[in-house]
Ligand binder design. Structure first.
Ligand code: B12
Length: 257
């Protein structure tokens, strides 16, 4: 059973797979690598260049489940209990970096996590021994100085700030300007030595039809409806266009000075 699931996962383009227990049942945890080289003129974060990972992962995991499991399974990615990294670590798929990311020995940290909850019984994997190099490059590069031995201070994390609704404080604006992105932040990962020389393949949904830059002119001319019609399959659209326009204004004002 386990071999069949692993083989099917590979054929579906899943980057790596592991098995652990969760709430008395089995969690089949899958990693989905995405390209990790920022475009020079991007104003969006790498994880949003391709098609929305929530939809991509749900489709692939449903297919994996249908091909290999009895009917009783559910698929999860991101939404729901905040356990994705924890489960992936237990399933032997990586170790925690000082940037809070789960790092896979070969894939680095530029991957998404999705999992299937099922009642099948299989042997479980165990956490890997490797640890973060501890170079502190992520601490130094973080635009908001959000990373420390205490973990991630999400009030200073540029990714969290970029997704926050409403008006930002001047301190938050300064962090956003430093990150130079209008959605998400990649800094603690791009500087990480564990992300060097990654050799893997990516799902076409993450490499084709990429969008890495939005313009104020375009967004300002759109209604909420035209915005959501055009960008509904993109992870950067979930907070609506108002947040993106606000962030674009903050970043472009700084550039004019
Ligand atoms: C809410 C959320 C956010 C919020 C808040 C994050 C936070 N840390 O609280 C914001 C918007 C800031 C965010 C940002 C990002 N996120 Co996010 N986020 C989530 C979400 C939905 C829930 C996370 C959560 O509630 N965390 C609460 C804390 C308690 O848990 P945690 O995030 O797993 O972090 C723990 C570990 O880092 C652990 N830890 C760290 N070091 C060590 C050491 C040891 C020894 C141990 C035991 C534990 C440990 O302690 C942390 C706190 O307990 C998850 C999906 C999910 N359902 O799990 C995705 C998720 C964590 N995010 C993801 C991604 C890709 C990102 C971004 C890279 C996106 C971007 N480019 O902007 C950044 C990275 C920021 C960072 N350095 O962590 C991926 C991470 C993949 C990976 N390789 O780790 C996830 C798993 C989504 C997915 N399904 O793929 N995110």
């Amino acid at each position: 059973m386990k071999e069949k699931i692993i083989a099917c996962a590979r054929s579906l383009g899943i980057s790596d797979i592991g098995f652990t227990s969760y709430e008395g049942k089995t969690a089949i945890v899958c990693l989905f690598a995405y390209p990790s080289t920022p475009k020079p003129d991007a104003n969006l974060s790498l994880y949003t260049y391709g098609k929305d990972y929530h939809a991509v992962i749900a489709e692939i995991l449903t297919s994996l489940g249908k091909q290999t499991l009895p009917d009783d399974f559910s698929v999860h990615a991101d939404i729901g209990p905040s356990v994705d990294r924890h489960l992936a670590r237990l399933a032997g798929l990586g170790f925690y970096g000082k940037n809070g990311m789960l790092i896979h020995p070969k894939l680095g940290s530029f991957f998404f996590i999705g999992w299937i909850h099922t009642s099948i019984s299989v042997s479980y994997d165990t956490p890997i021994e490797q640890t973060c190099l501890g170079c502190n490059q992520c601490y130094k590069a973080c635009p908001g100085g959000a990373l420390s031995e205490k973990g991630l201070d999400i009030t200073r994390c540029a990714s969290a700030i970029s997704q926050k609704k409403g008006e930002l404080t001047w301190e938050e604006e300064a962090i956003l300007i430093k990150s130079n992105l209008i959605f998400g932040c990649d800094r603690c990962q791009t500087v990480c030595p564990h992300n060097r020389d990654i050799q893997t393949t990516y799902l076409p949904d993450f490499t084709e039809n990429q969008i890495f830059r939005l313009s104020l002119a375009e967004l300002s001319s759109m209604t909420n409806r035209t915005f959501s019609e055009k960008y509904k399959d993109r992870a950067f659209s979930w907070r609506g266009k108002g947040v993106l326009i606000r962030n674009l204004e903050i970043i472009s004002n700084e550039k004019k000075e």
